[in-house]
Design a protein around this ligand. Sequence first.
Ligand code: ADP
Length: 159
Amino acid sequence: MKKAIFPGSFDPITNGHVDLIKRGLELFDEVVPAVLNNPDKQSLFTTEERTAMIREVFKGYGTRVVVKSFSGLLVEFAKTEGASIILRGLRAISDFDYEAQMALMNRSLTPSIETVFLMASEENSYVSSSIVRQVSRFGGSIERLVPPLVAEALARKRS
Ligand code: ADP
């Protein structure tokens, strides 16, 4: 059983995240989207709201997609989950520096856990949660960037 943790802020989940999780399922038996609960970081949605939205999007996937939240060290969370893989996405060269730092740090902390990167698909490579939040805040259309229930949640935050 290959289990991969897909950690992130998911504030909120976008079509880019959804695509990565689905492609992760082609490679691994189970993908665990793991919402980082970081009290130091201002977020639009609470950890519970972010977790609930991902659960709703993947509700048809049973035990292959089990959404969790975590705080503290990612490698410790992966160990408690019995996962040997961290899944991350790469959109642009600009993602690389930070991702390489994280992957190397995580490997030095726990060599048995491997980080696997998937390239963002072309149509999602410009999609990020922060762009979605900004466009939505100013009333722009984000329907093509996020699942419908996320678009509705964003509209509710605005009103
Ligand atoms: P973080 O704050 O940890 O970067 P994010 O929620 O922004 O959390 O991203 C979580 C993961 O999803 C990261 O690996 C990121 O590269 C990946 N990701 C974000 N947007 C996309 C996208 N449009 N296509 C593919 N992967 C993405």
